[in-house]
Design a protein around this ligand. Sequence first.
Ligand SMILES: *[C@@H]1O[C@H](CO)[C@@H](O)[C@H](O)[C@H]1NC(C)=O
Length: 409
Amino acid sequence: MAAMWCPIIGLLLLLPLGPSSAIKFPLIGNIYPDGHFYATLQIGKPLKPYFLDIDTGSNLTWLECKHPDHGCNGCNQRTPHPYYKPAAHNLMVRCESWICAQLRKDQPGSPPCPNSDPHRCHYDIQYVSGRSKGDLANDMIFINRRDDMNYVFGCGYEQEEPLEQPSPPAVDGILGLGRGSVGFVAQLKAQEKIVRNVIGHCLSIHGNGNLYIGDFRLPPGDVTWAPMSTSLPYYSPGPATLLFDEQPIRGSPAFTTVFDSGATYTYMPGQIYNGLVSKVQDTLHKSSLKEVKDRALPQCWKGKMPFRSVDDVKNEFKPLSLKLTHARGTSSLDIPPENYLIVTKDGNACLAILDGSSDRVLRHLILIGDVTMQDLFVIYDNEVNRLGWVRAQCDRMQDLESVIIGSRL
Ligand SMILES: *[C@@H]1O[C@H](CO)[C@@H](O)[C@H](O)[C@H]1NC(C)=O
Protein backbone atom coordinates (compact mmCIF):
# COMPACT_ATOMS: atom_id res chain seq x y z
CA MET A 1 0.00 0.00 0.00
CA ALA A 2 2.72 2.44 0.98
CA ALA A 3 4.37 2.08 -2.41
CA MET A 4 1.21 3.32 -4.04
CA TRP A 5 1.74 6.81 -2.68
CA CYS A 6 5.28 7.10 -3.98
CA PRO A 7 4.49 8.32 -7.49
CA ILE A 8 2.19 10.97 -6.08
CA ILE A 9 4.75 12.25 -3.64
CA GLY A 10 7.36 12.11 -6.37
CA LEU A 11 5.22 14.48 -8.37
CA LEU A 12 5.25 16.98 -5.57
CA LEU A 13 7.71 19.24 -7.26
CA LEU A 14 8.63 21.96 -4.83
CA LEU A 15 11.13 24.51 -5.94
CA PRO A 16 13.88 25.81 -3.72
CA LEU A 17 12.67 28.96 -2.07
CA GLY A 18 14.41 32.24 -2.44
CA PRO A 19 13.53 35.88 -2.06
CA SER A 20 11.39 35.67 -5.16
CA SER A 21 9.85 32.29 -5.19
CA ALA A 22 6.85 30.15 -5.70
CA ILE A 23 5.64 26.78 -4.56
CA LYS A 24 3.77 24.45 -6.85
CA PHE A 25 1.51 21.64 -5.70
CA PRO A 26 0.27 19.20 -8.33
CA LEU A 27 -3.44 18.59 -7.93
CA ILE A 28 -5.32 15.36 -8.42
CA GLY A 29 -9.03 15.18 -9.02
CA ASN A 30 -11.89 16.01 -11.32
CA ILE A 31 -15.39 17.48 -11.27
CA TYR A 32 -17.18 14.23 -11.93
CA PRO A 33 -17.29 11.70 -10.40
CA ASP A 34 -14.85 12.77 -7.66
CA GLY A 35 -16.07 16.31 -7.13
CA HIS A 36 -12.84 17.81 -5.85
CA PHE A 37 -9.19 18.57 -6.50
CA TYR A 38 -6.64 17.82 -3.83
CA ALA A 39 -3.00 18.52 -3.05
CA THR A 40 -0.77 16.09 -1.17
CA LEU A 41 0.87 17.58 1.89
CA GLN A 42 3.39 16.00 4.24
CA ILE A 43 2.55 16.72 7.85
CA GLY A 44 3.74 15.58 11.29
CA LYS A 45 6.80 14.01 12.83
CA PRO A 46 7.60 11.73 11.12
CA LEU A 47 6.08 13.34 8.03
CA LYS A 48 3.08 11.53 6.64
CA PRO A 49 1.14 12.29 3.46
CA TYR A 50 -2.41 13.65 3.52
CA PHE A 51 -4.77 14.53 0.68
CA LEU A 52 -6.27 17.98 1.21
CA ASP A 53 -9.10 19.43 -0.82
CA ILE A 54 -8.04 22.92 -1.93
CA ASP A 55 -10.59 25.45 -0.69
CA THR A 56 -10.36 29.16 -1.46
CA GLY A 57 -13.74 29.55 0.28
CA SER A 58 -12.48 28.92 3.81
CA ASN A 59 -9.48 29.86 5.93
CA LEU A 60 -8.70 26.98 8.24
CA THR A 61 -6.87 23.85 7.16
CA TRP A 62 -7.93 20.74 9.03
CA LEU A 63 -7.33 17.00 8.97
CA GLU A 64 -9.54 14.14 10.07
CA CYS A 65 -7.90 13.55 13.41
CA LYS A 66 -7.69 11.07 16.26
CA HIS A 67 -7.64 13.36 19.30
CA PRO A 68 -5.85 11.91 22.38
CA ASP A 69 -8.85 12.79 24.64
CA HIS A 70 -11.80 12.76 22.30
CA GLY A 71 -10.90 10.11 19.76
CA CYS A 72 -12.59 10.70 16.46
CA ASN A 73 -16.28 11.25 16.67
CA GLY A 74 -17.97 10.85 13.35
CA CYS A 75 -14.74 10.95 11.41
CA ASN A 76 -14.94 9.85 7.86
CA GLN A 77 -14.49 6.07 7.74
CA ARG A 78 -13.03 6.07 4.28
CA THR A 79 -10.14 8.51 4.38
CA PRO A 80 -7.29 7.60 2.05
CA HIS A 81 -4.75 7.67 4.91
CA PRO A 82 -4.86 6.79 8.62
CA TYR A 83 -6.12 9.73 10.72
CA TYR A 84 -3.62 12.33 11.88
CA LYS A 85 -2.72 11.44 15.50
CA PRO A 86 -1.32 14.42 17.40
CA ALA A 87 0.54 14.06 20.68
CA ALA A 88 -0.80 16.09 23.61
CA HIS A 89 1.93 18.72 23.11
CA ASN A 90 0.81 19.33 19.50
CA LEU A 91 -2.54 20.45 20.83
CA MET A 92 -1.13 23.07 23.19
CA VAL A 93 -2.31 26.11 21.25
CA ARG A 94 -3.38 28.68 23.82
CA CYS A 95 -6.86 30.08 23.45
CA GLU A 96 -5.40 33.56 24.09
CA SER A 97 -2.76 33.10 21.38
CA TRP A 98 -2.72 35.36 18.36
CA ILE A 99 -3.65 32.64 15.89
CA CYS A 100 -6.53 31.39 17.99
CA ALA A 101 -7.80 34.94 18.39
CA GLN A 102 -7.73 35.31 14.59
CA LEU A 103 -9.61 32.08 14.12
CA ARG A 104 -12.22 33.06 16.69
CA LYS A 105 -12.63 36.44 15.07
CA ASP A 106 -13.72 34.67 11.88
CA GLN A 107 -16.35 32.75 13.85
CA PRO A 108 -18.76 35.21 15.38
CA GLY A 109 -20.41 33.88 18.50
CA SER A 110 -17.41 31.85 19.75
CA PRO A 111 -17.76 31.50 23.53
CA PRO A 112 -15.10 33.27 25.65
CA CYS A 113 -11.84 31.39 26.26
CA PRO A 114 -12.54 28.87 29.03
CA ASN A 115 -10.51 29.36 32.24
CA SER A 116 -10.58 25.64 32.81
CA ASP A 117 -8.75 24.82 29.61
CA PRO A 118 -6.67 27.82 28.44
CA HIS A 119 -4.15 25.68 26.54
CA ARG A 120 -6.61 24.62 23.93
CA CYS A 121 -8.09 26.41 20.95
CA HIS A 122 -11.41 24.96 19.96
CA TYR A 123 -12.94 25.63 16.57
CA ASP A 124 -16.29 24.89 15.00
CA ILE A 125 -16.65 25.57 11.28
CA GLN A 126 -19.91 25.35 9.48
CA TYR A 127 -19.61 24.93 5.73
CA VAL A 128 -22.40 25.37 3.23
CA SER A 129 -22.58 21.64 3.43
CA GLY A 130 -20.93 19.81 6.32
CA ARG A 131 -19.24 20.91 9.52
CA SER A 132 -15.95 20.32 11.31
CA LYS A 133 -15.21 20.72 15.00
CA GLY A 134 -11.91 20.24 16.74
CA ASP A 135 -8.87 21.80 18.36
CA LEU A 136 -6.01 23.62 16.73
CA ALA A 137 -2.79 21.63 16.47
CA ASN A 138 0.73 22.77 15.75
CA ASP A 139 2.99 20.44 13.83
CA MET A 140 5.64 20.21 11.13
CA ILE A 141 4.77 20.58 7.51
CA PHE A 142 7.11 19.82 4.65
CA ILE A 143 7.65 22.67 2.21
CA ASN A 144 10.77 21.61 0.36
CA ARG A 145 13.99 19.79 0.99
CA ARG A 146 15.48 22.55 3.08
CA ASP A 147 12.48 24.13 4.67
CA ASP A 148 10.15 22.61 7.14
CA MET A 149 7.71 24.85 8.81
CA ASN A 150 5.55 24.85 11.90
CA TYR A 151 2.00 24.97 10.84
CA VAL A 152 -1.17 25.53 12.83
CA PHE A 153 -4.22 23.65 11.54
CA GLY A 154 -7.30 21.96 12.86
CA CYS A 155 -7.37 18.49 14.39
CA GLY A 156 -10.94 17.74 13.35
CA TYR A 157 -12.33 15.08 15.66
CA GLU A 158 -16.02 15.70 15.22
CA GLN A 159 -17.31 15.95 11.68
CA GLU A 160 -20.62 16.20 10.00
CA GLU A 161 -20.22 14.99 6.47
CA PRO A 162 -21.74 17.01 3.67
CA LEU A 163 -25.16 15.62 2.78
CA GLU A 164 -24.68 15.12 -0.91
CA GLN A 165 -21.34 13.73 -1.82
CA PRO A 166 -20.56 12.89 -5.39
CA SER A 167 -18.61 9.77 -4.39
CA PRO A 168 -16.71 8.46 -1.38
CA PRO A 169 -14.70 11.49 -0.29
CA ALA A 170 -11.15 10.66 -1.19
CA VAL A 171 -9.53 13.29 1.01
CA ASP A 172 -8.14 13.50 4.54
CA GLY A 173 -9.12 17.12 5.07
CA ILE A 174 -9.26 20.62 3.70
CA LEU A 175 -6.53 23.08 2.72
CA GLY A 176 -7.86 26.50 3.70
CA LEU A 177 -6.71 29.06 1.15
CA GLY A 178 -8.93 31.95 2.27
CA ARG A 179 -7.53 35.41 2.97
CA GLY A 180 -7.54 35.00 6.74
CA SER A 181 -4.37 34.90 8.84
CA VAL A 182 -5.06 31.29 9.78
CA GLY A 183 -4.95 30.44 6.07
CA PHE A 184 -2.16 28.31 4.66
CA VAL A 185 -0.66 31.07 2.54
CA ALA A 186 -0.77 33.69 5.29
CA GLN A 187 1.15 31.28 7.54
CA LEU A 188 3.71 30.58 4.79
CA LYS A 189 4.24 34.31 4.40
CA ALA A 190 4.40 35.00 8.13
CA GLN A 191 7.24 32.45 8.31
CA GLU A 192 8.96 34.00 5.29
CA LYS A 193 8.61 30.93 3.10
CA ILE A 194 7.08 33.12 0.43
CA VAL A 195 7.25 36.84 -0.10
CA ARG A 196 3.88 37.46 -1.68
CA ASN A 197 0.49 36.14 -0.66
CA VAL A 198 -0.72 35.25 -4.13
CA ILE A 199 -2.53 32.03 -5.05
CA GLY A 200 -3.12 30.64 -8.53
CA HIS A 201 -4.85 27.49 -9.65
CA CYS A 202 -5.35 25.79 -12.94
CA LEU A 203 -7.84 22.91 -12.89
CA SER A 204 -7.79 20.85 -16.06
CA ILE A 205 -10.96 19.90 -17.84
CA HIS A 206 -9.34 16.47 -18.31
CA GLY A 207 -8.74 16.13 -14.56
CA ASN A 208 -5.82 17.16 -12.33
CA GLY A 209 -4.06 20.50 -12.37
CA ASN A 210 -1.76 22.67 -10.28
CA LEU A 211 -1.85 25.03 -7.35
CA TYR A 212 0.69 27.87 -7.29
CA ILE A 213 1.57 29.95 -4.26
CA GLY A 214 3.84 33.00 -4.03
CA ASP A 215 5.66 34.76 -6.81
CA PHE A 216 4.68 32.76 -9.87
CA ARG A 217 4.78 34.18 -13.35
CA LEU A 218 1.42 34.76 -14.94
CA PRO A 219 0.42 32.45 -17.78
CA PRO A 220 0.48 33.74 -21.35
CA GLY A 221 -2.60 35.62 -22.54
CA ASP A 222 -4.47 38.65 -21.35
CA VAL A 223 -5.42 38.28 -17.73
CA THR A 224 -8.76 39.88 -16.86
CA TRP A 225 -8.41 41.67 -13.53
CA ALA A 226 -11.06 42.84 -11.12
CA PRO A 227 -10.56 44.47 -7.73
CA MET A 228 -11.19 42.07 -4.84
CA SER A 229 -13.84 43.12 -2.40
CA THR A 230 -12.32 43.32 1.08
CA SER A 231 -15.60 43.66 2.92
CA LEU A 232 -16.73 40.10 2.29
CA PRO A 233 -15.49 36.93 3.97
CA TYR A 234 -14.84 35.40 0.52
CA TYR A 235 -12.88 36.11 -2.65
CA SER A 236 -15.27 38.30 -4.60
CA PRO A 237 -14.72 40.34 -7.76
CA GLY A 238 -17.98 42.21 -7.14
CA PRO A 239 -21.57 41.91 -8.34
CA ALA A 240 -22.44 40.35 -11.70
CA THR A 241 -25.33 39.68 -14.00
CA LEU A 242 -25.62 36.47 -15.97
CA LEU A 243 -25.84 36.61 -19.76
CA PHE A 244 -27.26 33.74 -21.80
CA ASP A 245 -25.97 33.79 -25.37
CA GLU A 246 -24.96 37.43 -24.81
CA GLN A 247 -28.44 38.43 -23.62
CA PRO A 248 -29.19 39.30 -19.98
CA ILE A 249 -31.61 36.94 -18.27
CA ARG A 250 -34.73 39.00 -17.89
CA GLY A 251 -35.69 40.22 -14.44
CA SER A 252 -32.55 38.96 -12.72
CA PRO A 253 -30.62 41.60 -10.78
CA ALA A 254 -26.87 41.59 -10.12
CA PHE A 255 -25.61 39.34 -7.35
CA THR A 256 -22.27 39.24 -5.55
CA THR A 257 -19.93 36.78 -7.23
CA VAL A 258 -17.54 34.53 -5.29
CA PHE A 259 -14.69 32.26 -6.42
CA ASP A 260 -14.69 29.08 -4.34
CA SER A 261 -12.42 26.18 -5.28
CA GLY A 262 -13.97 24.17 -2.44
CA ALA A 263 -17.28 23.98 -4.34
CA THR A 264 -17.58 21.40 -7.10
CA TYR A 265 -20.47 23.02 -8.92
CA THR A 266 -21.55 26.60 -9.51
CA TYR A 267 -24.53 28.01 -7.62
CA MET A 268 -26.92 30.75 -8.70
CA PRO A 269 -29.69 32.48 -6.75
CA GLY A 270 -33.16 31.07 -7.53
CA GLN A 271 -34.19 33.94 -9.79
CA ILE A 272 -31.22 33.50 -12.09
CA TYR A 273 -31.31 29.73 -11.91
CA ASN A 274 -34.94 29.48 -12.96
CA GLY A 275 -34.43 31.98 -15.76
CA LEU A 276 -31.41 30.05 -16.97
CA VAL A 277 -33.14 26.67 -16.92
CA SER A 278 -36.06 27.95 -18.97
CA LYS A 279 -33.69 29.55 -21.50
CA VAL A 280 -31.81 26.27 -21.87
CA GLN A 281 -35.07 24.35 -22.20
CA ASP A 282 -36.23 26.77 -24.90
CA THR A 283 -33.09 26.32 -26.98
CA LEU A 284 -33.15 22.53 -26.62
CA HIS A 285 -36.77 22.35 -27.71
CA LYS A 286 -35.83 22.01 -31.34
CA SER A 287 -32.96 19.60 -30.69
CA SER A 288 -32.96 15.83 -30.31
CA LEU A 289 -32.17 16.12 -26.59
CA LYS A 290 -34.80 15.00 -24.11
CA GLU A 291 -35.02 15.74 -20.41
CA VAL A 292 -34.15 12.75 -18.26
CA LYS A 293 -33.78 11.91 -14.58
CA ASP A 294 -30.23 11.16 -13.49
CA ARG A 295 -29.08 10.54 -9.92
CA ALA A 296 -26.06 12.79 -10.43
CA LEU A 297 -27.76 16.19 -10.76
CA PRO A 298 -31.25 17.73 -10.88
CA GLN A 299 -31.35 18.91 -14.51
CA CYS A 300 -30.23 16.44 -17.19
CA TRP A 301 -30.78 15.60 -20.84
CA LYS A 302 -30.20 12.48 -22.89
CA GLY A 303 -29.35 12.19 -26.55
CA LYS A 304 -30.10 9.48 -29.11
CA MET A 305 -26.94 7.77 -27.94
CA PRO A 306 -25.25 8.10 -24.54
CA PHE A 307 -22.73 10.95 -24.58
CA ARG A 308 -19.13 10.05 -23.86
CA SER A 309 -17.98 13.52 -22.95
CA VAL A 310 -19.11 17.13 -22.97
CA ASP A 311 -17.49 17.47 -26.40
CA ASP A 312 -20.27 15.26 -27.84
CA VAL A 313 -23.01 17.65 -26.76
CA LYS A 314 -21.56 21.11 -26.22
CA ASN A 315 -22.69 22.41 -29.62
CA GLU A 316 -26.31 22.09 -28.54
CA PHE A 317 -25.77 24.55 -25.70
CA LYS A 318 -25.24 28.32 -25.78
CA PRO A 319 -22.40 30.11 -24.03
CA LEU A 320 -23.01 31.96 -20.78
CA SER A 321 -21.03 34.82 -19.34
CA LEU A 322 -20.94 36.90 -16.21
CA LYS A 323 -20.78 40.64 -16.55
CA LEU A 324 -19.06 42.04 -13.49
CA THR A 325 -19.34 45.63 -12.40
CA HIS A 326 -16.68 47.09 -10.10
CA ALA A 327 -14.76 50.24 -9.26
CA ARG A 328 -12.57 49.89 -12.37
CA GLY A 329 -15.45 49.42 -14.80
CA THR A 330 -16.68 46.08 -16.02
CA SER A 331 -15.07 42.68 -16.61
CA SER A 332 -16.44 39.59 -18.18
CA LEU A 333 -16.07 35.93 -17.29
CA ASP A 334 -16.96 33.63 -20.16
CA ILE A 335 -18.69 30.36 -19.32
CA PRO A 336 -18.73 28.11 -22.41
CA PRO A 337 -20.84 24.91 -22.18
CA GLU A 338 -17.84 22.85 -21.02
CA ASN A 339 -17.74 25.11 -17.93
CA TYR A 340 -21.35 24.46 -16.92
CA LEU A 341 -22.13 20.92 -18.09
CA ILE A 342 -20.99 17.47 -17.07
CA VAL A 343 -21.61 14.09 -18.66
CA THR A 344 -22.61 11.42 -16.15
CA LYS A 345 -21.85 7.70 -15.92
CA ASP A 346 -25.17 7.05 -17.64
CA GLY A 347 -24.15 9.21 -20.58
CA ASN A 348 -26.50 12.09 -19.89
CA ALA A 349 -25.57 15.75 -20.05
CA CYS A 350 -26.41 17.64 -16.86
CA LEU A 351 -26.43 21.25 -15.83
CA ALA A 352 -23.55 21.68 -13.36
CA ILE A 353 -25.10 24.91 -12.11
CA LEU A 354 -27.30 24.45 -9.05
CA ASP A 355 -30.07 26.43 -7.43
CA GLY A 356 -28.75 28.08 -4.26
CA SER A 357 -32.12 29.30 -3.06
CA SER A 358 -32.55 26.77 -0.27
CA ASP A 359 -29.32 27.87 1.42
CA ARG A 360 -29.12 30.89 3.73
CA VAL A 361 -25.77 32.06 2.26
CA LEU A 362 -25.97 30.80 -1.31
CA ARG A 363 -29.32 32.31 -2.11
CA HIS A 364 -27.68 35.75 -2.31
CA LEU A 365 -24.55 34.74 -4.22
CA ILE A 366 -23.28 33.61 -7.57
CA LEU A 367 -20.78 31.05 -6.33
CA ILE A 368 -18.28 30.04 -8.99
CA GLY A 369 -17.24 26.47 -8.31
CA ASP A 370 -14.61 24.22 -9.86
CA VAL A 371 -16.69 23.32 -12.90
CA THR A 372 -16.67 26.93 -14.09
CA MET A 373 -12.98 27.40 -13.27
CA GLN A 374 -11.77 24.46 -15.38
CA ASP A 375 -9.10 25.40 -17.88
CA LEU A 376 -9.03 28.85 -16.41
CA PHE A 377 -5.93 30.08 -14.62
CA VAL A 378 -7.43 31.89 -11.62
CA ILE A 379 -5.30 34.28 -9.58
CA TYR A 380 -6.12 35.46 -6.06
CA ASP A 381 -3.74 38.34 -5.37
CA ASN A 382 -3.93 39.20 -1.70
CA GLU A 383 -1.06 41.70 -1.98
CA VAL A 384 -2.91 44.22 -4.09
CA ASN A 385 -6.41 42.81 -3.52
CA ARG A 386 -7.32 41.80 -7.02
CA LEU A 387 -8.64 38.69 -8.72
CA GLY A 388 -7.63 37.62 -12.21
CA TRP A 389 -8.44 34.92 -14.73
CA VAL A 390 -7.26 33.83 -18.14
CA ARG A 391 -8.08 30.79 -20.33
CA ALA A 392 -5.37 28.15 -20.17
CA GLN A 393 -4.90 24.52 -21.07
CA CYS A 394 -4.28 23.30 -17.58
CA ASP A 395 -3.09 19.84 -18.63
CA ARG A 396 -0.24 21.24 -20.70
CA MET A 397 2.26 20.90 -17.90
CA GLN A 398 5.24 21.90 -20.01
CA ASP A 399 3.65 25.22 -20.90
CA LEU A 400 2.68 25.84 -17.35
CA GLU A 401 6.16 25.23 -16.00
CA SER A 402 7.03 28.64 -17.35
CA VAL A 403 4.72 30.27 -14.87
CA ILE A 404 7.15 29.50 -12.10
CA ILE A 405 9.94 31.99 -11.69
CA GLY A 406 13.13 30.12 -10.88
CA SER A 407 14.65 30.74 -7.48
CA ARG A 408 17.11 33.62 -7.35
CA LEU A 409 19.12 31.98 -4.61
C1 LIG B 1 -11.33 34.37 6.52
O1 LIG B 1 -10.54 35.39 7.09
C2 LIG B 1 -10.94 36.71 6.76
C3 LIG B 1 -9.89 37.66 7.32
O2 LIG B 1 -9.72 37.47 8.70
C4 LIG B 1 -12.32 36.97 7.34
O3 LIG B 1 -12.76 38.25 6.98
C5 LIG B 1 -13.29 35.91 6.82
O4 LIG B 1 -14.52 36.04 7.48
C6 LIG B 1 -12.75 34.50 7.00
N1 LIG B 1 -13.58 33.60 6.23
C7 LIG B 1 -14.32 32.67 6.77
C8 LIG B 1 -15.13 31.87 5.80
O5 LIG B 1 -14.34 32.45 7.95
